[in-house]
Design a protein around this ligand. Structure first.
Ligand SMILES: NC(=O)c1ccc[n+]([C@@H]2O[C@H](COP(=O)([O-])OP(=O)(O)OC[C@H]3O[C@@H](n4cnc5c(N)ncnc54)[C@H](O)[C@@H]3O)[C@@H](O)[C@H]2O)c1
Ligand SMILES: O=C(O)C[C@H](O)C(=O)O
Length: 348
């Protein structure tokens, strides 16, 4: 749980430094508050609006830039009335992208179309690939040193697209580019806690691979606190995590995909990045990054230690059960194909 959400309303008058914890609860550290500039691109959308609000609540943020093709002046005005320290500004349309990005430390991208029932995330490629490409061109030009958190689907392809854009611009640093897979972690932890009857705040559970169907692999063999799980439990919870996005798409019945839980997850990962920038120790989250963890798969989500330069360390997978090893084999072809599709698009 995010520190600023944990303390709820009480955090508002406490503008001075205080001890805060990362989502694994293993960090206790002092740091300076509110000196980071954060942009949300796609800020008028279903994810962008609550994500903007959550970033406004984050005491590490001094300036919040809300960018979209339209609608952001209103969203920014609304959020700016919240009595927390971050200054909020709205920017609309390509002509304002430079102003939105200049000086940013962290750029979060939930811009793009969401799924409707019956669609796969890959069905979004044709529209979202171009959106991510054009926004990343802007980042390369106006804030090349920023950390970039990509939420837009299909994440398995949009992150490789971003990498290629940055490579072409000569600004690529793999430590600063992340695909946000935190929602898979959030879901897996929730589903495990409910099924195994453990307090959700105590659950630590990595989710590795990518962010689509069988490429999502919760590693229940490493879950804490460990409860005896039957093979049927493991299979059911793995499948539910893999299908979590589709569960929401179907429940919303044509009105989009996960927005509120995604805003929460996006804010959780953004806060981990900001804590890393501030030099907090022991900030570890799963994220989809350029990786050598699985030979032959150039982008992969695993535990990443965040620090002042972004992804300071990409951690290995640890021991996997036979079930997980099989699932890892099963995802390889799809993941490699999605990565290649993104790279080919960016190069074309
Ligand atoms: N990574 C994840 O776990 C995860 C979870 C949920 C949703 N998503 C993805 O996030 C994306 C956004 O979902 P949503 O529900 O917020 O959609 P939405 O349609 O509600 O909002 C998207 C916003 O992006 C804006 N946009 C489009 N083109 C833009 C551009 N060039 N520059 C700036 N903004 C632009 C739109 O105007 C809109 O406001 C989708 O691709 C969805 O699949 C990812
Ligand atoms: O499922 C989707 O299309 C949105 C997102 O990727 C999710 O996991 O909720």
């Amino acid at each position: 749980m995010m520190s600023f959400l944990k303390v709820g309303c009480n955090f508002i008058p406490k503008i001075q430094a205080q001890a805060v914890c990362c989502s694994h609860g293993n960090v206790q550290q002092q740091w300076t508050r509110g000196k980071r500039t954060v942009a949300v691109l796609g800020a008028a959308g279903g994810i962008g609006q609550p994500l903007g609000l959550l970033m406004k609540l984050n005491p590490l943020v001094s300036d919040l830039r809300l960018f979209d093709i339209a609608g952001t002046p209103g969203v920014a005005c609304d959020i700016s009335h919240v009595n927390t320290q971050a200054m909020v500004a709205g920017y609309a349309g390509d002509a304002e992208l430079e102003k939105a990005l200049k000086g940013c430390h962290l750029v979060i991208i939930p811009a793009g179309v969401p799924r409707k029932p019956g669609m796969t995330r890959d069905d979004l490629f044709n529209i979202n690939a171009g959106i991510v490409k054009s926004l990343c061109l802007g980042i390369a030009k106006h804030c090349p040193k920023a950390l970039v958190n990509i939420i837009s689907n299909p994440v398995n392809s949009t992150v490789p697209i971003a990498a290629e854009v940055f490579k072409k611009a000569g600004t690529y640093d793999p430590k600063r580019l992340f695909g946000v897979t935190t929602l898979d972690v959030v879901r897996a932890r929730t589903f495990y806690a409910v099924r195994m009857k453990v307090p959700v705040k105590e659950v630590d559970l990595p989710v590795v691979g990518g962010h689509a169907g069988i490429t999502i692999l919760p590693v229940f063999s490493q879950v804490k606190p460990k409860k005896q799980m039957s093979a049927a439990d493991i299979d059911a919870l793995t499948k539910r995590t893999q299908d979590g996005g589709t569960e929401v798409v179907q429940a919303k019945a044509g009105k989009g995909s996960a927005t509120l839980s995604m805003a929460y997850a996006g804010a959780l990962f953004a806060e981990a990045c900001l804590k890393g920038l501030e030099g907090a120790k022991g900030v570890v989250e799963c994220a989809y990054v350029e990786s050598k963890v699985v030979p032959g798969i150039s982008f992969f989500s695993s535990k990443v230690r965040l620090g002042p330069n972004g992804a300071e360390e990409i951690m290995g997978l640890g021991d996997l059960s036979d079930y997980e090893k099989k699932a890892l084999e099963a995802m390889k072809k799809e993941l490699i194909g999605s990565i290649k599709k993104g790279v080919d698009f960016a190069k074309s």
